[in-house]
Write a protein that binds this ligand. Structure first.
Ligand code: 13P
Ligand code: SF4
Length: 304
């Protein structure tokens, strides 16, 4: 306990000394969320990374998120406390594969989900997150073909919402793919008045039984406003920490107790302290990748 307080105090002291801000994704472990200056979804964290005046951004999330922060604020030092925090979905497409797809559809606009590498973003026209994917696709002229990468499930959800036909890639999030519709129906049977909130990375059969399909940030806003007491949560279970903390009288039932993203759990207080102390691991990107990816990400941040 005392050790933890000492660690927390050291983090706060170093953060001030080094003029740093700590950003944390909603799937991070509780103690990391609690020490962060801002906890949010991919879009909220990107917006903060582009606005902050601090010199150092300690990004508690996964690699593509820290890269996105670096592209938005190239003059800042962006640090990922554990360099092994990847994203299994982002690894499902690389720059070579996207180049080939673009050769097949040379006139198509490339919409790239933010869960992708900086090199893939550099070859894309516009990025999106789960909270603005529908509006990003709506912003593209009707006569344009659209390639949507890498998430086929988010893509098929956007397809349904917009009525636009998209050229999809066979990527997906293995964590959201674990969620089984039978478990949601069983929970719904047990808690009939519960609302079902799911992330758009879920497969279509899960989307079909949801009351609300939204980003992690969207779930937090939805629950705060809702008059209901019970919620079935179809996403990575790290979000339940914040849901409970911000809504003490409400109950949350994970649709899948094993929906845990191992990459999102690699960062802890010790690693945050070390990352501030040693300024490691700094995200470094080639200048041409930053400039090419920046316009796609700037467009993403401008669409709510
Ligand atoms: P959000 O942008 O909704 O937080 O989602 C990020 C993510 O990686 C979901 O798996
Ligand atoms: Fe990537 Fe899925 Fe983990 Fe999100 S939950 S970071 S999409 S692997």
């Amino acid at each position: 306990m005392n050790q933890n307080i000492e660690l927390l105090n050291n983090i706060i002291r170093l953060k001030q000394e080094k003029d740093a801000i700590i950003l944390a994704h909603n799937y991070q472990i509780g103690e990391v969320q609690d020490i962060a200056d801002l906890t949010g979804d991919s879009l909220q964290l990107s917006i903060e990374a582009s606005r902050t005046r601090k010199k150092i951004i300690i990004f508690c999330g996964v690699h593509f998120m820290a890269e996105t922060a670096k592209i938005l604020s190239p003059e800042k030092k962006v640090i990922l406390p554990d360099i092994n925090s990847g994203c299994q979905m982002a690894d499902m497409i690389n720059a070579g594969q996207l180049k080939k797809l673009k050769e097949k559809y040379p006139d198509a606009v490339v919409v790239c989900y933010v869960n992708s590498s900086a090199r893939v973003k550099a070859l894309s026209d516009i990025c999106c997150t789960s909270s603005n994917a529908v509006n990003v696709v709506k912003s593209i002229p009707e006569n344009k073909k659209i390639i949507f990468i890498p998430d086929k499930y988010l893509g098929s959800y956007v397809q349904k919402q917009t009525g636009r036909e998209l050229i999809l890639w066979d990527g997906y999030c293995p964590i959201h793919a674990m969620i089984d519709v039978k478990d949601i129906l069983r929970l719904k049977n047990k808690h009939p008045s519960a609302e079902v909130l799911v992330h758009p990375e879920c497969p279509p059969d899960i989307i079909d039984v949801a009351d609300e399909v939204t980003s992690t940030g969207g779930m937090l806003k939805y629950v705060k406003k809702s008059q209901k007491k019970d919620f079935i949560i179809g996403t990575e279970i790290g979000i339940i920490h914040r849901l409970k903390k911000e809504n003490p009288g409400k109950n949350f039932y994970p649709a899948a107790g094993n929906a845990i993203c191992p990459d999102m759990k690699l960062i802890n207080l010790e690693k945050i302290f070390l990352s501030l102390d040693d300024e490691k691991y700094e995200i470094k990107l080639q200048y041409d990748i930053i400039t090419k990816a920046k316009s796609a990400i700037d467009r993403m941040v401008s669409i709510k």
